[in-house]
Design a protein around this ligand. Structure first.
Ligand code: ADP
Length: 575
């Protein structure tokens, strides 16, 4: 037995584990797939959109810087178109022109005029550069050769980082050059004005990787070499994006493009975690969804499995109970059959006693008539008392045997008109003795003219007996010695319904149990005493009769069961 239950337990645990695993794994697969696929597509789209937006910003920024340089060059070309060398070669004209240029753009910081030999003939600005010879300067050679030139940032005579825009007019000995210096601070601000996220920045490098503007986040100042330059893509005019870590290990998303005829490289970069912050939000959201999903699935699986198993265990217990009830019911049926047999057997001797009694009475009467005995004789009186006791007890015995026989015939249901006033007192007789032994007073108030209802007599007897027995049990619990009371009341409730009330002053029903009393197997009685089936069967019987059963109770005060039955139709009443 022990071995069997240990095996059963371990099988139950195995089944439970399997169910739990399946309940967890099966919903997890679609969850992972759904979150994984949506995460992949969502983040790819986000990555593309971050990269594309950086590309767009670089393109716009490049166009803006290019047009700034082109405009400044055009400003100078406009001046060279307006004047020839003789006319412009005057301090006043140069000063005036510088004033005009400054009104066009705050980026100009000085303006100078050079003759074909490279001699700085006129100058308007804050440095003393007039008279200096520039024939060997790189920029001068370039402008003389190409006609226009925009330099990289250099120190020059003034020893301050700057870059120049120079345009040439005329040829050979008549050639002259107009040169303007661009404020590097102004240009720096222009280039770095780009705003992308919190860490986005823009700067310009020349072909050798020397910074033409400073880097906002530091590390590379104007005219310093960018240590990352060698890793940047080689020159072509398209926009490149790539990820790269700096020497401190911070990863950046870069976008680069060449400008100024592939002379300068515009670099825009943004910290990767800043550029892809929405990507990270999506990642966190997916993780949170996943963790929550897993927690809910695991929690629900545990809860459901536990509930399922509790239910299964309950069903198992109910099954066992049902088996036991069945065995007990079979035993009861057998006892019932035996009781019916006994009753039948006892009936015959009772008939004989009764006829013998009748014989004794008639002999006594005869003896009276013949004056053999006198009515006042003490012995005779005693005999007469004994005889009436015999008559009383014999008729009680036959009542009981009749009731047992009636109860035993329960399988053949026969619906007939039943009158409470006739049926109830009969049934009460069966428990009267038990009640009086227990000191319980039984009262009945049944209207004699109460109409009948349609039902099976033995089933009705079963219902009433069950109610009376339950009431006696409850009363015995509350009043073990005396003071118990059982009231049976039957009356017309309204023109359609008959109401039978069985009231006791017993222990009552606890409020939390009141809903359960009609449920099968609900019992508060000790094992072996109560089956918990009585009231549920009664309920079914009364429902079959077309009626209802109800209960009201107060703990420690008493209980009333109310059976409501439909009054039989007029034509049925007459049967
Ligand atoms: P059983 O009598 O076998 O327990 P029943 O279905 O007849 O089964 O009754 C179910 C339960 O209802 C009882 O165990 C008892 O707790 C409660 N009960 C029934 N009648 C009364 C009553 N008159 N007073 C108090 N409790 C009652």
């Amino acid at each position: 037995m022990d071995r069997n239950s240990a095996e059963e337990n371990s099988r139950a645990r195995r089944v439970k584990r399997n169910i739990l695993t399946n309940m967890i794994v099966i919903p997890l697969v679609p969850l992972f797939l759904a979150v994984g696929i949506s995460f992949y597509y969502f983040t790819t789209a986000l990555e593309n959109s971050s990269t594309n937006s950086l590309k767009r910003i670089v393109g716009d920024h490049r166009d803006m810087i290019e047009s700034f340089l082109v405009e400044r060059k055009s400003d100078l070309e406009m001046v060279t178109r307006l004047f020839d060398f003789e006319k412009i070669n005057s301090s006043q004209v140069i000063d005036n022109m510088f004033g005009v240029l400054k009104t066009k753009s705050g980026a100009f910081i000085d303006l100078g005029l050079f003759d074909s030999r490279g001699l700085h003939v006129r100058y308007s600005g804050q440095y003393q550069l007039t008279g200096k010879l520039y024939s060997d300067e790189f920029w001068f050679k370039e402008v003389m050769e190409k006609g226009r030139y925009i330099s990289d940032v250099f120190l020059g005579y003034r020893n301050v980082p700057h870059f120049i825009i120079a345009v040439k007019k005329g040829d050979g000995k008549n050639a002259w050059v107009l040169r303007a210096t661009i404020d590097t601070l102004y240009f720096d601000r222009l280039v770095s004005s780009v705003r992308i996220g919190t860490s986005g920045e823009a700067y310009i490098l020349n072909k050798k990787g020397i910074a033409q503007t400073g880097r906002r986040s530091g590390g590379v100042n104007v005219m310093e070499k960018d240590p990352e330059f060698s890793a940047f893509p080689s020159s072509d005019s398209s926009i490149h994006t790539f990820l790269k870590s700096d020497h401190q290990g911070v990863e950046y998303l870069y976008a680069t493009t060449w400008l100024k005829d592939l002379e300068w490289l515009l670099v825009v970069r943004q910290e990767k975690k800043d550029a892809f912050r929405f990507f990270y939000y999506a990642l966190y959201a997916s993780l949170v969804i996943m963790v929550l999903g897993i927690a809910i699935i695991v929690g629900m699986s545990f809860f459901m499995t536990e509930k399922l198993f509790m239910r299964m265990e309950q069903l198992g217990r109910d099954k066992k109970d049902l088996g036991n009830q069945l065995i007990r019911a079979t035993q009861l049926a057998e006892v019932g059959e035996m009781a019916a047999g006994f009753a039948h057997e006892i009936n015959n001797p009772l008939q004989i006693i009764r006829s013998e009694y009748a014989l004794v009475v008639s002999v006594l009467n005869e003896m009276f008539e013949k004056n053999k005995i006198s009515a006042g004789d003490e012995d005779i009186v005693e005999i007469q008392d004994s005889l009436s006791q015999i008559e009383l007890q014999v008729s009680r015995c036959s009542d009981i045997t009749r009731a047992i026989l009636k109860f035993g015939r329960k399988n053949e249901t026969r619906v007939q008109l039943l009158y409470p006033a006739a049926e109830i007192p009969e049934i009460l007789k069966m428990i009267e003795q038990k009640a009086s032994v227990e000191g319980i007073a039984v009262f009945q108030r049944i209207s004699e003219d109460l109409p009948g209802f349609m039902g099976d007599a033995s089933q009705f007897q079963q219902v009433m007996l069950n109610l009376f027995n339950n009431a006696i049990d409850a009363v015995m619990e509350q009043h073990p010695d005396a003071g118990g009371r059982l009231d049976i009341q039957a009356q017309l409730k309204d023109e359609k319904w008959i109401e039978i009330r069985v009231t006791d002053n017993g222990a009552g029903i606890q409020p939390e149990n009141i809903e359960k009393v009609f449920s099968p197997f609900f019992t508060t009685k000790p094992v072996g005493k109560g089956t918990g089936l009585g009231l549920s069967v009664c309920y079914g019987i009364i429902e079959n009769f077309g009626g209802t059963m109800d209960v009201t109770s107060r703990e420690n005060e008493g209980t009333t069961f109310i059976v409501t039955l439909p009054k039989a139709e007029e034509k049925e009443q007459d049967q």
